[in-house]
Design a protein around this ligand. Structure first.
Ligand SMILES: [Ca+2]
Ligand SMILES: [Ca+2]
Length: 386
């Protein structure tokens, strides 16, 4: 077969240019077709139109040797979860999906449901985490109360890994979109999303809307670009966008500040789980986001136990001024949003809204002969005279 240069020489310059353009267009068409085939199962038009997403960067990463006893990091009390834990509300019955780099097996992440977890990045490790970002977020949500390591905001909730960021750390808009759609079929209650892009993420935005319409709650990191910076999906009105504060409730210098910030959460030097059964301290709105997601899981379990209807995403957003701890300037501001998210105040607010100042105590069964066991079985926890 003659080479391209000989063919062009024989055909003349004009015909040669036409041939080269034709071959180039053919080449583009082939790439496009391959990309379409690859992305078809993810529901996107074409990989060529896809948006690259990145985990929100973390700062100040330090591996930490934890004492043999359990460390309760400052975020648990900051969000009022300690009060709910003391009342026995610890996230039971709530499922949180960590849309991130996967989740590693870890002795402190005993509530991870591996069979429901899924990888969208094509990783050779499946939903396991080798990057560390996702495991750290998972521990903030759900690290077990087991006298070792750390304590999550909702230590009895279930977490699943929906891996939309690759082992190298980056992902695609269609992968995080597929994760939200998967969350619908798996009846996930809350997705925590510590990643973003500087421009719109159309597939994820659309999928998040569908997930929210199905009853899901979407929490996203506000971003780490400091004052004036804006990140997607945090910018979207339907998303709860979380800024980062330190243990003294001061805004972190890296935390994105803009009118789309809704709330803030613990996000500076947060201690949590990383692969290899280890622990590390990290800073970023990546950490503040699962802090709030876990705190909401904890509050939801309390509302379930009290028989109070859980709020929808839209209700949470519109009611934030009622149960956030206002910080910084009076009222909503670009650094803190409505303020620090408080799980205990959220429960109090929705219990009151449901028409009771407190749930009614269980009524003891009535009968001629009532045994103590019958009273206990009925949930009666008052003083029992035997
Ligand atoms: Ca623990
Ligand atoms: Ca404020």
């Amino acid at each position: 077969m003659p080479d391209l240069a000989t063919v062009i020489q024989n055909l003349g310059v004009t015909a040669g240019i036409v041939l080269v353009v034709y071959l180039f267009l053919q080449y583009l068409r082939e790439i496009r077709e391959k990309a379409q085939a690859m992305s078809q199962h993810l529901g996107s038009a074409s990989l060529l139109d896809d948006v690259i997403i990145q985990p929100q960067p973390v700062f100040d990463v330090r591996e930490v040797t934890v004492p043999l006893s359990q460390t309760v990091d400052y975020g648990v009390a900051l969000h009022g979860c300690d009060k709910l834990h003391a009342q026995g509300y610890r996230g039971k019955g709530i499922t949180v999906a960590v849309v991130d780099t996967g989740i590693a097996d870890h002795p402190d992440l005993g509530n991870l449901n591996r069979s429901k977890s899924r990888d969208f990045s094509g990783s050779q490790y499946g939903s396991q985490d080798v990057a560390g970002h996702g495991s750290h977020c998972a521990g903030i949500v759900s690290a077990k109360d087991n006298e070792q390591g750390v304590l999550g905001m909702a230590p009895e909730c279930t977490v699943i890994a929906l891996k939309a960021l690759s082992d190298q750390g980056s992902g695609l808009d269609t992968w995080s979109a597929a994760a939200q759609l998967d969350a619908i079929t798996k009846k996930v209650d809350i997705t925590t999303n510590s990643y973003g892009a500087s421009g719109p993420m159309p597939a994820t935005s659309n999928a998040m809307k569908q997930y929210i319409a199905s009853g899901g709650i979407v929490i996203a990191a506000a971003g780490n670009g400091g004052p004036g910076s804006i990140d997607y999906p945090g910018k979207e009105d339907h998303v709860i966008s979380v800024a980062a504060v330190d243990r003294n409730k001061r805004i972190a210098p890296f935390s994105s500040q803009n009118k789309f910030v809704d709330v803030c959460g613990s996000g500076v030097q947060v201690l949590s789980t990383v692969p290899g059964g280890r622990y590390a301290q990290m800073s970023g709105t990546s950490m503040a986001c699962p802090s709030v997601a876990g705190a909401i899981a904890c509050a939801f379990s309390a509302l379930d136990a009290k028989g109070v209807k859980r709020p929808t995403q839209a209700e949470i957003i519109s009611d934030l001024p009622n149960y956030c701890e206002d910080l910084g300037r009076d009222g909503a501001d670009e650094a803190y949003g409505w303020g620090l998210f408080r799980a205990d105040l959220m429960v109090e607010f929705y219990v009151k809204k449901a028409g009771g100042t407190d749930p009614k105590p269980p009524v003891p069964p009535v009968g001629k002969f009532i045994t103590i066991d019958q009273l206990k079985a009925a949930g009666y926890t008052g003083i029992i005279f035997s």
